[in-house]
Design a protein around this ligand. Structure first.
Ligand code: G6Q
Length: 539
């Protein structure tokens, strides 16, 4: 079941040449309706994709590709709980985490929705107790500090959401996130915290992850050393996991454990109990608003025709640039300081999902798949890497994300910010010709340096304001665009075998570092191990 023979694919391969030499100036001047044709508003997001290297025929072929790939059918399979993560034989049901209470979604004959809402209620009750000061630490003090310990999907979502929604968070509480096994992460995060007022959330789906367990044990020691009582753990540790047995072994009362399910992938889990730190920060009501935003986007993706479907079009454009035009990266450029961790979050979502080189049946893919996602909030990037976007040699489609209303209105700041994001997409698309540069009186020898070729594609997403609901929509939008690409490429977007090998090898090397026995690897690896041992011992 390699990639099905596809006429749309053949058409797109042919049309790619046209796109490569497309002139967006001519496209816009030749069709006064172009901006209108390739932009629309849905779920309160204004989506402008008119500055892409597409025309009606290309878009038609991309939509045909979605149909030929059975995107509609595969979407229904995902939403209805079929085991589409075939290499792990699991359903993929992050959409159930934000389904309304009366929805019915079955996995192995069981409706999973009541369980989702039960955990949400348990989280809300806990969050209210902590936020109101009713939950007391071991010495009777209210909790002021929350430290989430987790890594990968059990960290990136919570950090991103906390930073994104900080405006809505309890400013009298401190939230920290520890992920790296590098002790500096834990030491710095706890340096100025009073253990009596600190609660740790150990977030780990499996509860076996080396980094998280190591950090959790260090946290336990830090607490017990300060409070001089092992029983303090029960008031200062809660767990988010699917593994009750390991949670109990660690010494956390399973009454203080918040569960989720194997049909929630790590990088698709920020709105499950993994989002407990988010809920503690912004409160249960705002958290539910965020879920409502996710759900709104789910419904949009599930029901809107592809031509009016934001995530599907984003996914199709991603396929267009990666597979047909050879682009290797995609820049995500939020013009909103609160979204500073959004690109890092998307890196895992996109790259762990679609960084795959084989089809579902194991045959090798013969074209580019998932792009490298990267980015920084505007306007900072403009003073650094945008140079390459404007005048470099690479094709890099950009996603510009902006909000009409600032959360911190201050003088002219917001107009300046928005002027910049609009100017960037304009400059990338239309550039500046040699004639225009010459007309400015620039010396002949400098004209090539000061010319901007243009025809550099971008999408612009404009929303009213960054709110919990809009954050939910944005995350779901990227989730479904990733899914769209995965369906078209016929790959498993929901496994992550690529992270396994390094873990296994590290375990073996840990033993060798500790034992001092001769390492048995290749010459390079052996030499690195030996050098480390020597330098570690040096006074
Ligand atoms: C995400 C991955 C991975 C996972 C971490 C943490 O999709 O599966 O990033 O989230 O390895 O795993 P645990 O939550 O099991 O500790």
């Amino acid at each position: 079941m390699q990639t099905a023979p596809s006429s749309a694919r053949a058409v797109l391969t042919r049309l790619a040449d046209r796109a490569r030499s497309m002139n967006l100036r001519t496209e816009f001047s030749g069709d006064p309706r172009r901006a209108n044709k390739f932009s629309f508003e849905a779920v309160d997001i204004a989506f402008d994709f008119s500055k892409h290297l597409i025309d009606e025929e290309i878009l038609g072929a991309l939509v045909a590709l979605a149909d030929e790939s059975n995107l509609r059918g595969r979407t229904e399979e995902m939403f209805s709980g079929q085991k589409i993560n075939i290499t792990e034989n699991r359903a993929v049901l992050h959409t159930a985490l934000r389904a309304p209470k009366n929805a019915e979604i079955f996995v192995d004959g069981e409706n999973v929705v009541p369980g989702v809402h039960q955990v949400l209620d348990q989280m809300s009750a806990f969050a209210n107790r902590v936020r109101s000061g009713e939950w007391r630490g071991h010495t009777g003090k209210a909790i002021k500090n929350v430290v989430n310990i987790g890594i990968g999907g059990s960290d990136l979502g919570p950090v991103m959401a906390y930073e994104a929604l900080r405006f809505f968070s309890r400013r009298d509480m401190t939230f920290r996130f520890v992920s790296n096994i590098d002790a500096t992460d834990f030491a710095e995060a706890t340096l100025d915290l009073n253990p009596e007022e600190t609660i740790f959330i150990v977030s780990s789906k499996t509860f076996t992850t080396l980094e998280t367990l190591t950090n959790a044990h260090s946290a336990r020691e830090w607490l017990i050393e300060a409070l001089q009582d092992e029983s303090a753990v029960s008031k200062h540790f809660v767990a988010v996991s699917t593994n009750a047995e390991e949670v109990a072994k660690f010494g956390i009362d399973t009454a203080n454990m918040f569960g989720f399910w194997d049909w929630v992938g790590g990088r698709y889990s920020m709105e499950s109990a993994i989002g407990l730190s988010t809920m503690l920060a912004i409160g249960p009501e705002n958290f539910r608003e965020m879920l409502a935003g996710f759900h709104e986007m789910d419904e949009h993706f599930r029901t809107a025709p592809w031509r009016q479907n934001i995530p599907a079009l984003m996914g199709l454009l991603g396929v267009w640039y990666s597979q047909f035009l050879g682009a290797e990266t995609c820049a995500v450029l939020p013009y909103e300081q609160f979204l500073k961790r959004f690109p890092a979050y998307l890196q895992q979502l996109t790259m762990e999902s679609n960084g795959k080189r084989v089809h579902l049946d194991g045959t090798v893919v013969d074209h580019q798949t998932g792009a490298i996602y990267w980015g920084e909030p505007g306007t900072n990037g403009q003073h650094s890497f945008y140079q390459l976007l404007h005048q470099g040699t690479k094709l890099i489609p950009c996603d510009f994300i902006a909000f009409a209303k600032p959360l911190h209105p201050l003088g002219q700041h917001h107009d300046y910010l928005i002027a910049n994001v609009i100017a960037q997409s304009e400059a990338l698309a239309f550039g500046k010709t040699a004639e225009e540069v010459r007309a400015e009186g620039v010396k002949e020898n400098l004209i090539p340096h000061r010319t901007f070729p243009g025809n550099r594609p971008s999408s612009t997403f404009l929303l009213e304001q960054l709110t919990p609901r809009n954050l939910g929509k944005l995350v779901a939008m990227y989730e479904h665009s990733v899914f769209t690409q995965g369906v078209i490429w016929n790959i498993d977007s929901f496994d992550q075998w690529g992270v396994e090998l390094g873990k296994v090898l590290a375990k073996r090397i840990i033993g060798e570092l500790e034992s001092g026995a001769a390492p048995a690897h290749d010459a390079s690896t052996n030499a690195l191990i030996q050098k480390y041992r020597v330098w570690k011992q040096q006074p």
